[in-house]
Design a binder for this molecule. Structure first.
Ligand code: C5P
Length: 213
């Protein structure tokens, strides 16, 4: 298909979410943060008392998730992030969330010229046909520092060491899982934002989008 789909993958704190949001505005694309789907599934599981290893029941929950469930601030908590990374290892859970993501990718709302989806496996599994793929990365210490700064002044504040440890754990789970591990697609443009400001990261990615258009 010649749908205009931009896949932006990478670990937490590398800047992919912000880059995707800014590009969506700049180019008139509909934006989906796929991590929110896994966060919603993780939080729902916690609330219903479903253990993370009961993948059949978690997958059933996933079938009920819609785009309307993604607007809640609780989804941004560290608890939701950890729950997401625990339930996202299961193939049946990932499969249950595929349709929604692919429909979003191929059927943008009226007025959008295409879609941009950020996550871990968009360029490799969800939309391998995407004509534009980015893998946004950064050193783990830099990513933890950014995440820690976001928390400062908010009630969910955590000590830096804890943020770093959680991030390392989540990275490890995401990279080492058998199903759809976090890895750059062979045809993705890799952008390391460790020494970039967010504006520089957006510019670096936008240059490739411009060249494509
Ligand atoms: O992107 P975000 O940090 O919100 O993602 C939360 C968790 O959801 C990730 O650590 C990962 O385990 C899972 N996830 C995934 N595949 C995606 C997006 C997120 O497995 N496409």
């Amino acid at each position: 298909s010649d749908d205009f789909i931009v896949a932006v993958d990478g670990p937490a704190g590398a800047g992919k979410g912000t880059v995707a949001k800014r590009l969506a505005t700049a180019y008139g694309l509909a934006h989906l943060e796929s991590g929110l789907l896994y966060r919603a599934a993780g939080l729902l599981s916690l609330r219903r008392g479903i253990p993370f290893d009961q993948d059949g029941r978690v997958a059933q929950l996933c079938e009920t998730i819609t785009l309307d469930d993604l607007a809640y601030p609780e989804l941004r908590s560290d608890q939701a992030a950890q729950a997401a990374s625990c339930i996202s290892v299961h193939p049946s859970v990932r499969a249950a969330l595929l349709d929604l993501q692919r429909r979003f990718a191929h059927f943008p709302p009226d007025g959008c010229r295409g879609t941009i989806i950020d996550g871990r496996d968009i360029g490799t599994v969800v939309c391998p046909e995407a004509p534009l793929k980015f893998f946004v990365d950064a050193r783990v210490d830099v990513r933890a520092k950014r995440r820690h700064q976001e928390f400062v002044g908010k009630e969910m504040g955590m000590p830096f060491e804890e943020v770093l440890e959680d991030m390392k754990q989540r990275d490890k789970r995401d990279r080492e899982r058998a199903e759809a591990p976090l890895v750059a697609a062979h045809d993705a443009v890799v952008v390391d934002t460790s020494d970039m400001t967010i504006d520089q990261a957006v510019d670096a990615v936008a240059t490739h989008v411009d060249a494509f258009l």
